[in-house]
Design a protein around this ligand. Structure first.
Ligand SMILES: [Zn+2]
Length: 111
């Protein structure tokens, strides 16, 4: 069996615009609250998220700042990360364990 291994980064808007003063633009802007996360993926099925960053970003100059993760999740709710990326590593671990057990039983079958 061969695994395709990939990785990527996704940006997800997690809530309505937050008007605030942008230091760089020197004007009021509708900051976009968003979550950037990196993920690794095996075989397009199993994946895991390993780097979550919440930020508010100015849509004009791309300036902005990081948000505290807990505060962001309180304000905007938990983000919708695709199921297979969120829990895929556990599915993979369970599968590996099952395969390992099967192999063990096969090797140690009667006699
Ligand atoms: Zn700006």
């Amino acid at each position: 069996m061969m695994f395709m291994i990939g990785q990527g980064e996704r940006v997800q808007v997690i809530g309505p615009p937050q008007p605030d003063h942008c230091e760089r633009c020197g004007e009021q802007r509708d900051f976009v609250p968003r979550l950037t996360y990196a993920f690794g993926q095996f075989d397009l099925l199993f994946g895991f998220v390993y780097d979550k960053r919440y930020e508010l970003v100015c849509p004009v100059c791309n300036g902005g700042w990081k948000l505290d993760r807990c505060a962001a999740e309180r304000t905007f709710g938990k983000p919708e990360i695709p199921f297979h990326l969120r829990y895929g590593i556990w599915v993979l671990a369970a599968l590996a364990a099952a395969v390992g057990t099967a192999a063990y039983l096969y090797r140690h079958r009667g006699g």
